[in-house]
Design a protein around this ligand. Structure first.
Ligand SMILES: [Zn+2]
Length: 299
């Protein structure tokens, strides 16, 4: 027995960590079905802020509901390039339909948007570009950052971001490009967010990029339920696993996990405008009856 809060051995006293997961999809069915347990495990791993991103209208509304119900969870709303459909006018209407959600105090970013030229079943490039441009225009209009998916499309993504330089701050999520592309993005003011694939032995070059990104532009994420880090490869990913990515990147940068957590946490707080105080922990139920700022639309 020992006094409350006093560890038996040094092994029981891990250094205090404070992590954030800047890109997850908590409303994905495989996570939503056990979201309380998912958030409890995140909390136990030291994760105290999670940004959950919608990819189409229904998942955007679900993301906002999660952000409303769980402390430490924040939402982003947008249309993933793979989910915009074949009709440009319908995609434009779908995005306009998300605009009321942007008034909600827990909606801190626009996304997931971007360009995907990798998947052959993705919509035509011109439709994707038009949708991404509309997201950028919206981000400029409402003054929120934008979370960008870029797959085999870096030149077009950076060209569009350059058109909004100084007006929109972007995160290149799940960054997988080379150092030269990273430098082009950094020159445009982007943040680079690294996911679990930075822990893969075959992607040492990616970890090397994560090691040299300026500290004030670095973010880390899971992209849960996708992209589990090496230690959990083959399993469904969840925010608690972001700790493995922090460990890999911390070692690569020659700092501690705690130092990296403090830095990334400050970056995310600055970018997303959320409170960085260690008071509400991811997943703790929020007080009942919190007023919705959004008029309707979340039923
Ligand atoms: Zn994503």
């Amino acid at each position: 027995m020992h006094a409350p809060g006093v560890p038996d051995t040094i092994d029981d006293a891990p250094p205090p960590v404070s992590l954030v997961d800047t890109h997850a999809h908590l409303q994905w069915p495989s996570l939503l079905g056990e979201v309380d347990a998912v958030l409890a495990r995140a909390r136990d791993a030291g994760v105290r802020r999670i940004l959950t991103l919608g990819t189409e209208p229904a998942s955007c509304r679900a993301a906002v509901l999660l952000a409303e119900r769980h402390a430490g969870v924040y939402a982003a709303v947008g249309l993933h390039p793979g989910d915009i459909g074949p009709d440009a006018a319908a995609a434009a209407r779908a995005l306009e339909g998300l605009v009321p959600l942007l008034a909600h105090p827990r909606v801190v970013a626009i996304g997931e948007t971007g360009l995907d030229y990798y998947h052959e079943d993705s919509p035509p490039h011109d439709l994707q570009i038009a949708s991404f441009a509309r997201h950028l225009e919206l981000a400029a209009r409402v003054g929120k950052p934008i979370c960008v998916h870029s797959r085999d499309s870096a030149d077009d993504v950076l060209r569009l971001l350059a058109a909004y330089e100084g007006r929109v701050t972007a995160v290149l999520h799940c960054y997988t490009g080379d150092l030269e592309t990273a430098q082009r993005a950094l020159a445009l003011g982007c943040y680079l967010s690294f996911a679990g694939n930075a822990t893969y032995p075959k992607l040492r070059d990616l970890l090397a990029v994560a090691a040299v990104v300026p500290a004030e532009r670095l973010l880390l994420e899971t992209d849960a339920p996708f992209l589990s880090p090496q230690h959990r490869r083959g399993c469904r990913n969840e925010p608690a696993n972001v700790a493995y990515t922090y460990d890999a990147v911390a070692v690569a940068r020659g700092i501690t996990r705690g130092e990296l957590g403090a830095r990334v946490g400050a970056n995310a707080a600055r970018l997303f405008g959320w409170d960085d105080a260690d008071v509400d922990t991811a997943g703790a139920p929020r007080a009942a009856g919190m007023a919705m700022a959004t008029a309707g639309g979340l039923a």
